[in-house]
Structures are given as structure tokens and as C-alpha cells.
Write a protein that binds this ligand. Structure first.
Ligand SMILES: Cc1cc2nc3c(=O)[nH]c(=O)nc-3n(C[C@H](O)[C@H](O)[C@H](O)COP(=O)(O)OP(=O)(O)OC[C@H]3O[C@@H](n4cnc5c(N)ncnc54)[C@H](O)[C@@H]3O)c2cc1C
Ligand code: FES
Length: 261
């Protein structure tokens, strides 16, 4: 059974009004993560298991001083508001890497990554790994909510296509609009692409329906509320075509056609 380890905060700074970048230096060297895996993070001063929260690994770096784990998080409710108040030098408890991560694409398929809002945290390491070959679609409500855009621009060597609901950056509309436009332009190559998507549930549902209509394969990463993070409490189950599955254990990444919406 995995155990929580302590990790020192080396940075916990705002990247915009509602989001922070958290950089941790763990006491023990954890196993190296795969893109799409996550950690449970809990504040050190609280033993309340309800205050452990799942966060995707945004980046993982090594230096002479050890391993650093980076997380991008949206300040949403009780847990993330507490986390936001923590300062450099304080410690948190972390458990991970957890979950399955994104399967790598076959060589003959072009990966198309689709992030909505904070879903960028999960897809960024995949973009880093496949940077030469990915098309990246990134949607948010407004330009202020597009996180790490400059880093992404430096990373993605094919197309980076942006949409915002209010048109303050990129195309005005949803990520489905820009996706539809792309596949209209590449209609003869539809089955040569593989989708990877992470974002809010309504967006994932729309991406899944779009993929089903066009006959495109792919994967989505589900963001369900979690309590234990290790498959024990059944608190994170989702309905799939192969029965109920635990997002923390069998997921968070599922084949796009598998989730029952
Ligand atoms: C695999 C995965 C990866 C994720 N990656 C990221 C990421 O990289 N960045 C990011 O910003 N977000 C990520 N999320 C979402 C993130 O985990 C949530 O935004 C976070 O848990 C919100 O916590 P909160 O306490 O601030 O919000 P809250 O809404 O207060 O709490 C979140 C949930 O915890 C439960 N909860 C809270 N208090 C209680 C209570 N007293 N009793 C029972 N249940 C309670 C509830 O079910 C509640 O909906 C990810 C989620 C998953 C599943
Ligand atoms: S969070 Fe407990 S089983 Fe997934």
C-alpha cells in the first residue's frame, strides 16, 4: 500500500487571479510519473482525510538537489483555499504517482490534444513528450484563464489553436468549434488522428460525442471527486460500457468511447 510522504514547498505562487503554481521537493524520491498521472496532496497540519485532493502532475524535474514535482491548481473550495495560504518552506503530504496515465500513440497516428481550463495541467507533460507531433487545442472562458500559454507556444511545434468563450484570445467560441473546423480542413485524415482530452465534464462529454460522430479514437481524463485516491473507498466510480470503474485506479484516463454520459 502506498504511503504519504512529506514534501517541502519551494514555490506556491499565483499564475493569475484564480490559479497557483505549486512546486514541491519531496523527502523521498517517488517513482517517476507518466503524463496524465496524479498525486493526492494534503496539508501537513490537518489529519482530516477529507482534505486530501487529487492534482495532475504538471511537470516533474530533476536537479542535483533531487526531484521537483510541479502542480498547477485552481483555487476552488476548502482544500485549495487552504493550500493557497501555504508558504515556501512549509510541508504538505503527497501520495503518488497514482492512476494510469495516457497511453502513447502508435507512430502512424497524429496526437490531437484538447484542454479546457485547468485540464492543461494534465495534458502539458504529454505535449512535452510528443511536442514535435502534436496539434494542441486549448479553450477557456477568457484570455486570463489560459494558463502557461507562453510555455505552450514554445513547446508545440505543429498547430496551437486557441478558443475563448468571449473571444478575448483566439477564436470566439468553444473548443468544439475549433476542433470541428480543424477536422473539416483535414477530413480525409480523420482516422489518422488520436484525441487526448482533459477539462470540465461538459467539455469532455462534447468531445466524446464529437469523436463518436467522426469515428475518431482517443482518450479522456476524468476529474471526479476523490477521497482515498487508491481504489479503496469507491467514491470516484464512473459508469462505463464495461461496468462501473474507479477513476483513481482504472483511470483517470479512459478510452473516449468507454464512458457512459
Ligand atoms: C485525477 C484528477 C486530477 C486533477 N488535477 C487537477 C489539477 O491538476 N489542477 C486542479 O486545479 N484541479 C485538479 N483536479 C480537480 C481538483 O482535485 C479539485 O478542484 C479539488 O479537489 C478541489 O478541492 P477543494 O477542496 O478546493 O474544493 P471543494 O469543492 O471544497 O472540495 C472538492 C470535493 O471534495 C469533497 N469534500 C470536500 N469537503 C468535504 C466534506 N466535508 N465531506 C465530504 N466530501 C467533501 C467534495 O466531494 C467536494 O466536491 C483533478 C481532479 C482529479 C480527479
Ligand atoms: S477515491 Fe477512493 S476509490 Fe477512488
Amino acid at each position: 500500500m502506498s504511503k504519504y510522504i512529506r514534501a517541502k514547498i519551494t514555490e506556491n505562487t499565483p499564475v493569475n487571479k484564480g490559479h497557483n503554481l505549486l512546486i514541491l521537493s519531496p523527502d523521498d524520491i517517488p517513482q517517476r510519473s507518466l503524463p496524465g498521472q496524479f498525486y493526492m496532496i494534503g496539508t501537513d497540519f490537518s489529519y482530516d482525510p477529507l482534505l486530501k485532493r487529487p492534482f495532475s502532475i504538471f511537470r516533474e524535474t530533476s536537479s542535483g538537489e533531487g526531484r521537483e514535482l510541479q502542480f498547477l491548481y485552481r483555487i476552488k473550495g476548502k482544500g485549495t483555499k487552504l493550500l493557497k495560504e501555504m508558504r515556501k518552506g512549509e510541508t504538505v503530504n503527497v501520495l503518488g504517482p497514482l492512476g494510469n496515465g495516457y497511453p502513447m500513440p502508435d507512430k502512424n497516428l497524429t496526437p490531437v490534444l484538447i484542454a479546457g481550463g485547468i485540464g492543461i495541467a494534465s495534458l502539458f507533460p504529454l505535449a512535452e513528450k510528443l511536442s514535435w507531433s502534436v496539434h494542441f487545442f486549448y479553450g477557456a472562458r477568457t484570455s486570463d484563464e489560459l494558463l502557461m500559454l507562453n510555455k505552450l507556444k514554445g513547446l508545440v511545434k505543429k498547430e496551437l489553436i486557441i478558443s475563448t468563450d468571449d473571444g478575448s484570445e483566439g477564436t470566439k467560441g468553444t473548443v468544439i468549434d475549433i476542433l470541428d473546423n480543424f477536422f473539416t480542413r483535414h477530413s480525409s485524415l480523420v482516422t489518422r488522428h488520436l484525441l487526448y482530452s482533459c477539462g470540465p465534464s461538459p467539455m469532455l462529454e462534447a468531445v466524446s460525442k464529437f469523436a463518436a460522430e467522426k469515428g475518431i479514437k482517443g482518450y479522456i481524463s476524468m476529474e471526479e471527486n476523490m477521497a482515498c485516491g487508491v481504489g479503496a473507498c469507491l467514491g470516484c466510480t464512473v459508469k462505463t460500457k464495461k461496468g462501473y470503474k474507479r477513476v483513481c485506479k482504472e483511470g483517470p484516463v479512459f478510452p473516449i468511447e468507454e464512458i457512459v454520459w
